[in-house]
Ligand binder design. Sequence first.
Ligand SMILES: NC(=O)C1=CN([C@@H]2O[C@H](COP(=O)(O)OP(=O)(O)OC[C@H]3O[C@@H](n4cnc5c(N)ncnc54)[C@H](O)[C@@H]3O)[C@@H](O)[C@H]2O)C=CC1
Ligand SMILES: O=C(O)[C@@H]1CCC=N1
Length: 277
Amino acid sequence: MEKQHKIAFIGAGAMAEAMIAGMTKTLYKPNQLIVTNRANKDRLSYLANTYGVRTETNKQQAVQEADIIILAMKPKDVANSMAEFVSSIREDHLIISVLAGVATDSIVELAKKRVPVVRAMPNTSAAIGKSATAISLGKFANEQHLAIAKSLFETVGLVTVVEEHHLHAVTALSGSGPAYVYYLVEAMEKAANEIGLESNVAKSLILQTIIGAAEMLKHSPKHPSALRKEVTSPNGTTEAGIRVLEAYRYQEAMIACIKRAMERSIELGKELIAMTK
Ligand SMILES: NC(=O)C1=CN([C@@H]2O[C@H](COP(=O)(O)OP(=O)(O)OC[C@H]3O[C@@H](n4cnc5c(N)ncnc54)[C@H](O)[C@@H]3O)[C@@H](O)[C@H]2O)C=CC1
Ligand SMILES: O=C(O)[C@@H]1CCC=N1
C-alpha cells in the first residue's frame, strides 16, 4: 500500500480550505492533515469541526511531524512564516508551494536547505474536485516528488505539468480564472434584475446556462467561436447583444485582464526577492 503521507498546511485561508475540502473527500484521511495559520484560532476550530483535520498552533511541531509541507500563505507572508519553522525543515521533506508568483528557488533559499520543492497553481474549484492545477519542479525535486505532488493534486482535479516559467501564465489563466467566471455571473444576475426577472428564477437559468455551455465546450469538437455562431441567428437577439459587447471591447478587456494578472504574478515573485535581500 502507498505510504500515507502526513501533510502540514501552513496557511489556512481560502485556497487551503478548498484543498482540504477536496482532499478529505477522496484519498486522504482527515488525521493525515495538520493545519496551521498565523494566529486565528477560530478559523482553525472551524476547519477542525468541518473537516475533522488536526490543527496545530506550533508550526515547528506540525512541520516536524509532516512528510509534506504545503505553503498556503500570501506571497508577502512566506518569508516571515518560513522563518518560524525553518529549523524544522528537513531535506527529506517535500515542500509544495501554491503561492502565486513565487519561484521554487526563492522557497529553497528561505528553507536554507537542499529541499525538494514543487510549485503548484491550483484553483478554488479544488473544493469540489474540479481544480485545474499546473505543477512544476524546483531544482532539488525529482520525478518521485513530481509523482507525489501529481497524485495529491489529482485528488482535487486535473493536473498538468509545465515548465516553471509558464506558471505565471497559468496563474493568470486558471488560478484566477474562476473569479472571471464569477464576475460574469454577477453581471448576468444584475442584468436579470434590471430586466425584471425574479432573482431565484434568474439564478437557476444562469447556472444551467453556464453549466450547459461548459459541458458543450468539453464534449463538442467544435471551436468556441463555432458554438457561439450556432447561437447567433442573423439579425437576431444574440447578434444584437454581441455587437454591444464588441462596442465595449469585451474580448480585448478579457485579454488585457489575463495579461495584467500574469504581470502581477511576476511582480509578486520580484517583490518577495526584494523583500528578502
Ligand atoms: N485563493 C485562490 O483562489 C488561490 C490562491 N493561491 C495562493 O494561495 C495562497 C493563499 O491564498 P488565500 O488562501 O486566498 O489567502 P488567505 O488570505 O485566505 O489565507 C492566507 C492564510 O495564510 C495564513 N498566514 C499568514 N501569515 C502566516 C504565517 N506567518 N504563518 C502561518 N500562516 C500564515 C493566514 O493566517 C491565512 O490562514 C496565496 O499565496 C495565493 O497566491 C493559489 C491559487 C488560487
Ligand atoms: O489572486 C491571487 O493572487 C491568487 C492567485 C490565483 C488566485 N488567487
